[in-house]
Structure formats: structure tokens, C-alpha cells
Design a protein around this ligand. Sequence first.
Ligand code: HEC
Length: 147
Amino acid sequence: MNDMFGYIIGIFGFLFGILVFTYDNLEYKGYSSAHNCSGDCYIKYVEEYGTSVEIEQRKNEIAKTDEFSSIRGLWSGCAACHGQDGQGMGAFPKLAGQTSDYISNRLYAYKNREQIGAMSSTMWAQAGMLSDQDIKLISKFIEEGIN
Ligand code: HEC
């Protein structure tokens, strides 16, 4: 849950960064990155978002503490079938609640084109593109990282 929250803040910070950056390029008004927002408006802005330095630091902290940052993109592919929280959908089995050993055993089995259920061929392609490191991390993520 905490991870998720940090993740959302991270995305928000990132989008905000883009916004500020784009705005700066559209309408460059000298040094201040808070442009025509000054006085009370600027104080409110800083209260809400922190200074741009604080925003940067927050982003760096999140990247450092999120050991799963490198496989979140990969997981969104898995989640298209297995559900955002690995809860399973229709014919796609639930992954949440499984141990990392169980998940990695299955992934290696699919990688070796073994038949497990009726739809194993769907997973052959998915597992085929995973490196050992991917399998290790995504299995750990499924055990610890999703709810
Ligand atoms: C196109 C849909 C699809 C995608 C994308 C997909 N899967 Fe699957 N997955 C399936 C299906 C269907 C099965 C059941 C296969 C069978 O019958 O053996 C399955 C089975 C599994 C199993 C075995 C579950 C069990 O209890 O036996 C694991 C583990 C798994 N998938 C992990 C992943 C991971 C990790 C990813 C992302 C890298 C992923 N899957 C991406 C459709 C998908």
C-alpha cells in the first residue's frame, strides 16, 4: 500500500515536472520557475508541492527505494491478462497469494514450453522473453509487491 502511494506521488511529480518544463518553454519569463505566480500564490504552491528541489529529491528517493521499479513496466503487460493486482480474470489464473518459488517454477516451465493447463501456449511466448533476472524479480514482486 505504501509502495503504491509512493508510486502515485512519483507519477504526479513526474507529470508536474513536465508541466513546469513545458510552460517554461512556452513563456520564458526570466529565472524564476514559479513565473507569474508570486507572493501568496507562490507560498501556496510551495506548501502544496514543495520547492522544485524538494520535488526532485522526492523523485530520487522513490526511485532508490523501489526495488521493483525496473519490472513495473513488464508487470503492466502481465496485468493485462492477470489483473492489476494479480487477482485473475476469467480464464487467466490468479497470481496474487502465490509464493515467488511457485511463480518462478511456473515461468521456467512455460519458458521450456511445458504443458501445464489448457492454455499454456499463451504463456510460452510471455515467459520466453523473460531473463533469469526478470523471473527472479517479477516472482518476488508477485509475492511481496502486489496486494
Ligand atoms: C495474453 C494473456 C497473458 C499474459 C500477457 C500473461 N499471462 Fe500468465 N497466464 C495466462 C494464461 C492463459 C495462463 C494459464 C496457462 C495454462 O493453462 O497453463 C497463465 C498462467 C500463468 C502462471 C501460472 C499460474 C498458475 O497458478 O499455474 C503464471 C505464474 C503466470 N501466468 C505469470 C505471468 C507473468 C509473470 C506474466 C508477465 C510476464 C504473464 N503471466 C503474462 C495468460 C497471460
